[in-house]
Design a protein around this ligand. Structure first.
Ligand SMILES: [Zn+2]
Length: 210
């Protein structure tokens, strides 16, 4: 623990760790007013036992697929703060980033705020969505894959997140950081980005340096 604290201080003081270059990111914020922050705080209390809406020292990056063919409806869905159709909870779901099929990176939420994108991991993870239906929509499209790797690597290096903690949504239950107080949700995950695809993704990510 002390080692972690010292490393954090060193990072804060030196500021030299984030040598990985920031890719072009289009700021496209969804509304995150006081009401949504209050809802996020309540969600955090129910699911994680901690009463705050902020994301501090994230340990995990979760890769997702939107199951849509375009970006705009994803923005609209994340922007409207309504209970989701699956778990019927507030605040509405969101991810910090969405990468379009042309490789354009949109940021919707500052990484200092918690987003609901992965049950059990929202408290400590950054969410990255990719417009598409299958992992091949990322792994098989050079522009998307390049953008995704650059963004993930930049965030990973900046936040000191270990490569093994860059995971697909479908790998959420295996994460050592998975924590869920609501019993009926402890086995809940989604199909997007299974281990077979994430192995290839992490192998490509490993080639990039910080
Ligand atoms: Zn997902």
């Amino acid at each position: 623990m002390l080692g972690v604290a010292l490393a954090t201080i060193a990072l804060a003081a030196g500021g030299h760790a984030a040598a990985a270059e920031r890719p072009p990111i289009a700021w496209d914020a969804i509304p995150f007013p006081a009401k949504r922050k209050r809802e996020m705080t309540s969600y955090s209390k129910r699911h994680y036992g901690s009463s705050h809406y902020g994301l501090h020292n994230p340990k995990v990056i979760v890769e997702h697929l939107t199951e849509s063919s375009t970006y705009r409806p994803v923005w609209s869905m994340f922007a409207q703060d309504v209970a989701d159709s699956e778990l019927h909870e507030l605040p509405g779901v969101c991810s910090h980033f969405v990468i379009d099929q042309n490789g354009k990176i949109h940021q919707l939420v500052p990484i200092s705020l918690m987003c609901r994108h992965t049950v059990g991991l929202n408290w400590t993870s950054i969410g990255i969505e990719h417009v598409g239906f299958n992992p091949s929509d990322v792994l098989g499209r050079a522009k998307v894959m390049r953008a995704s790797l650059r963004l993930t690597n930049w965030l990973r290096c900046r936040e000191g997140i270990e490569l093994k903690n860059v995971i697909g949504h479908n790998e959420s239950l295996k994460s050592p950081y998975h924590h869920e107080r609501v019993a009926r949700l402890r086995g809940q995950t989604h199909d997007d980005f299974p281990t077979s695809s994430m192995r290839k993704y992490r192998a490509a990510l490993r080639k990039l340096t910080c």
